[in-house]
Design a protein around this ligand. Sequence first.
Ligand code: FES
Ligand code: FES
Length: 167
Amino acid sequence: MPVKLTVNAKPTTVDVPAEMPLLWVLRDVLDLKGTKFGCGMAQCGACTVHLDGVPVRSCILPVSKAAGKRVTTIEGLSEDGSHPLQKVWCELDVPQCGYCQAGQLMSASALLASNPHPSDAQIDTAMAGNICRCATYLRIREGIKKAAAMKAEQVAPARPARKRTGK
Ligand code: FES
Ligand code: FES
């Protein structure tokens, strides 16, 4: 069955069974391998992508549910790795083995898009479904806070220099 959707801002049509999980379509049909398969049961978050900006577990989402919607994967988070989270992730060396990190970044970016200044508790709640076997949780939380600060700096207007009066 042909399914039309937009993947990383590109209109796309895939001819697959309607019940095929979106994750399979992304990885095996569209060759977008950044999104990972972990549990296949919506329990680990490794397969997280955005559907119309909302984080979803693509391992259990039939592709038919994505018809007519915008799907964003880790490959589409930014064109050149310039999303504040991607920059901070490198700066702080957040990943260890890296397997869970695409999912972590997609959940974190959805959080910052809806809540630019999350508290520790809000970060922990938003990220609770993303499991990291390497236990990088503290660096993930630090990274989200640092990226939030970086984003705030980017949107804050530069202060005009104060004039010296000589008095
Ligand atoms: S692979 Fe989808 S939540 Fe684990
Ligand atoms: S960095 Fe290894 S599972 Fe998270």
